[in-house]
Design a protein around this ligand. Structure first.
Ligand SMILES: [Zn+2]
Length: 244
């Protein structure tokens, strides 16, 4: 994030309440709706308030629609405690956490009966438990995505099997490098399976078409008829899956 200053909250004719953030480097006004349904307007340093006001007024339909969507989404899970009873999302399902403290043990995490079991030493801190859970997700994800990618590679008779890895991406869900390495966001594992399947196909499709052009889309359509719907579902869920 660059340098910016926050104005106080401004009220526009009692309809849309928004916060103005002045950004010296911005060239135009932009509106963003946050996960907790706040309207944030970024504006260049010297844009007069009346111009911002007019801009927001002209976008009220869009803002109302976005606010309705954000408010209709399921509430995010509470902040993690990394203690017994904490919950996580895995493939769209809620799983629990059980922490067992054992003297002299190396921290590790396993999944049994919809419970993440983390074993740590008696004095281990929260961060050790967190790291252990993230490592488990990364290993699980690598196996899952590798299986999905290999299935597509066989079906499409691609001449090679790409490398598959996990990354702690915060914004994107996946990537495909020029040399054909596929990476997936660890947090994508919170998504339901049908969206993970779509993500795997999406990145595999980039091995054939290295852009999002019409051939890429035709390719997706040929192999997953409802890909557009899955992509839309993902865009909607993504708002709420900023972490594990
Ligand atoms: Zn893509």
């Amino acid at each position: 994030m660059g340098v910016f200053m926050r104005d106080s909250v401004v009220n526009t004719a009692g309809k849309v309440q928004y916060e103005v953030v002045r950004r010296p480097k911005r060239k135009r006004i932009a509106i963003r709706i946050t996960d907790d349904a706040q309207v944030v307007v970024s504006a260049p340093k010297r844009t007069p308030a009346v111009v911002i006001e007019r801009f927001v007024q002209s976008k009220t339909d869009w803002i109302d629609a976005k606010l309705a969507l954000v408010r209709s989404l399921p509430q995010p899970l509470e902040a993690h405690t990394y203690a017994d009873g904490d919950t996580f999302l895995l493939l769209g399902n809620i799983i629990g956490l059980r922490v067992q403290r054992v003297r002299g043990i190396e921290a590790h995490c396993t999944l049994e009966d919809q419970l993440l079991h983390v074993h740590v030493s008696p004095r281990a801190k929260e961060v050790t438990i967190k790291k252990s859970i993230h490592a488990w997700y990364a290993a699980y994800g690598e196996q899952l995505y590798r299986a999905l990618v290999e299935r597509w590679v066989l079906e499409l008779a691609l001449p090679f099997i790409p490398q598959v890895g996990m990354a702690p991406y915060r914004r994107r869900m996946g990537s495909c490098s020029k040399d054909g390495r596929l990476m997936f966001a660890v947090r994508s594992l919170t998504l339901p399976m049908r969206l993970i399947e779509y993500l795997a196909l999406h990145e595999v499709a980039h091995l054939v078409h290295f852009d999002h052009g019409s051939s890429f889309k035709r390719f997706l359509h040929a192999h997953m008829e409802d890909w557009r719907q899955r992509e839309r579902e993902m865009a909607r869920l993504r708002i709420r899956s900023s972490g594990l």
